[in-house]
Design a protein around this ligand. Sequence first.
Ligand SMILES: [Zn+2]
Length: 274
Amino acid sequence: MTVPRYGVAQRQFILDLRGQIDIKQHACFHVNDWRNLTPAGGKCVGLTSPKKIETDSFYVKSVASWVPHLLIPKHVPCCPHCKKNTHVDTASSRWVAFPKILYGMTSHKYLDTKLYPCRACNREFTGCHKESLALDAQVIAGCFNVCLAGKHAVDAELHSFIVNAPDSSSARVARHLQKLCSDTHFSDYQIFLHAVRAERTKSAPANKVSRFDIRQPTMLAALDEQMANATPVNRVRDGLTREMRNLKWRLQSARAALDITEDGPARNKLCFRR
Ligand SMILES: [Zn+2]
């Protein structure tokens, strides 16, 4: 079984979006930009919101949902196999197994699309099929500004940034992009700290076992168990060990403060003569 390359919260966001588009159809795009469908909550909301922010939402990326028959009036995508759109059944289209990763200037998104069946050749094709897009070029020009590679895609902004920097070496362009990306993450991190300080965050319930192996407890669950198993005698012993360690540090600190040089008394320090 193929495993998606994203976490649980991202998966849920993609599923929720698909559900909304399936229900509202065209209307879903009347108020939303298909290229940037952002998750509700997380860093996108003000800290005055009465609802606490789920910490998982900070890593959820936006989605670009390319559903051409819902975005362009009366448009039916062309089948890349028979080069016609007369037998393409948009009503029976279904979502692809996993969206492609769509790289942008400072982060990535997910390029989601649908599979369209063609009743003439009994085959399916994705909304992002290069040949299908080429056949529809006149209709979709300007609407679909994404550069497609095999497993990934690059958005128009990043593409323009790279190709319009002819005087820079590719290593230099890559370094510049890395800096842009780290600046963005740093500001996100600061927003997160503001949210923590304002007590507006809510952690997802902690799992007691690993997602990948249910026989393996998580680190926190293992520590909790260790704490629960600690006997009163062990707790006293741990307390004494901690106290001894603190006394040792204080002794070291006092020794360091002793000034044994000739001019020690002049500096008004605790002083012992040899
Ligand atoms: Zn066909």
